[in-house]
Design a binder for this molecule. Structure first.
Ligand code: OSB
Ligand code: MG
Length: 374
């Protein structure tokens, strides 16, 4: 198989509801879409879901564009491949830049599954026909607004709610949500906002009283030792997100007992092959996993649904319906959840069609290269 043409689109869409985390606030997103066409004319799509700014990880939209233009597009156009892993080998020597690589990995996997005429989920070895979705709720200005958001999502049928926390917005919102929804599957995500101090440890230990499913990424990404020390003092499992960008990080987590749940993000791990490998390792170690999101547009969201169909994804994934985020998504139909459940598509590849007209209407920058040009 050979990719003959790659188009890159820088696409911006407004969010239906602004989103605040411990590190930043956003009202819209800009992601890069990758369209890869092979020599038979089959088209695969991928999404580079890097945040605009380097507050989640080191990448930005601008670094992703540069890495794509200078390295990934030329690699994609000059690699002859059968399995998506062989395509990914074309950029193996590039260190880091996982989000940028993930966009090309998804496009390669989509192309591979479409050429084989099978759904991406099946191509990855997925076995589930439906996926349980959870929602991620940002920090709100008041407890009432947060409670309103939680009630709205519970009424929409979502069975798991994740709350963003930060120093000063932790015990109170958790106590309020727990009081209003005693049996709800609730977890919290700090995006690394806590310092490894006695004061923070006391706050995080106090969260043990609220029957949370997990506490996600309390400390800085590289600080496995602080997470291990905290885990030893908590009943609530720690879940690592930002800390785990490759399987070596996962082995560190398992060896140190720095976390007991894994958030797998296709973007953060550099693509679908790496995400699947992390799933396999976690499953062998008896560690439950779920699929995290980056507010993906439909292309990345569809990839998240596909990976979530693997058997080790036993916890609800951040694959809520497109409508929670975007009034009109870039795929047709949009990803929808009914009663908090998303069906795994049965059509070939990602299982959705990209609305190219809508993509173009929201595109601020494009790149269009063919194999003959590199
Ligand atoms: O930590 O999971 C996170 C969004 C942007 C950056 C980091 C995170 C998130 C989310 C969004 O929580 C989850 C989703 O896409 O539904
Ligand atoms: Mg997270």
């Amino acid at each position: 198989m050979r990719i003959d043409r790659v188009r890159l689109f820088e696409v911006s869409l407004p969010l239906v509801h602004g989103f605040v985390t411990s590190s930043h606030r956003k009202t819209g997103l800009t992601h890069l879409l990758v369209e890869a066409t092979d020599t038979d004319g089959i088209v695969g799509w991928g999404e580079i879901a890097s945040p605009a700014d380097p507050y989640y990880g080191p990448e930005t939209t601008a670094t992703a564009w540069t890495i794509a233009e200078r390295y990934l597009v030329p690699a994609a156009l000059s690699t002859s491949w059968e399995a998506p892993q062989d395509l990914e080998a074309g950029w193996r020597r590039i260190r880091g830049h996982e989000f940028a690589k993930a966009g090309f990995s998804i496009a390669g996997w989509d192309l591979h599954a479409r050429a084989a005429g099978i759904p991406l989920a099946a191509d990855l070895g997925g076995t589930r026909t439906e996926v349980v979705a959870g929602v991620s709720l940002g920090i709100e200005s008041t407890l009432d607004e947060l409670l309103d958001q939680v009630t709205r999502q519970v009424q929409a049928g979502y069975a798991r709610v994740k709350l963003k926390i930060a120093p000063g917005w932790d015990i109170e919102p958790v106590r309020a949500v727990r009081a209003a929804h005693p049996g709800l599957d609730v977890h919290v995500d700090a995006n690394g906002a806590y310092a490894d101090s006695a004061e923070s440890t006391a706050v995080l230990r106090a969260l043990d009283a609220y029957d949370l499913t997990m506490i996600e990424q309390p400390y800085a990404p590289r600080d496995f030792v602080a997470h291990a020390r905290l885990q030893a003092q908590l009943d609530t499992p720690i879940c690592l997100d930002e800390s785990i960008v490759d399987v070596a990080d996962l082995r560190t987590m398992l060896t140190l007992d720095a976390g007991r749940v894994l958030n797998i993000k296709v973007s953060r791990m550099g693509g679908l092959t790496a995400a699947r490998r992390a799933h396999d390792i976690a499953r062998d170690a008896g560690v439950p996993v779920w699929c995290g999101g980056m507010h993906e547009f439909g292309v990345g969201r569809a990839a998240n649904v596909a990976i979530s169909s693997l058997p080790g994804f036993t916890l609800p994934s951040d694959v809520s319906g497109s409508d929670k985020y975007y009034a009109r998504d870039v795929i047709v139909p949009a990803v929808t959840a009914h009663g908090g459940i998303v069906q795994v598509p049965t059509a070939p590849g990602l299982g959705y069609e990209v609305d190219v007209d809508w993509v173009l209407q929201n595109t601020s920058r494009t790149l269009d290269l063919t194999a003959a040009a590199v």
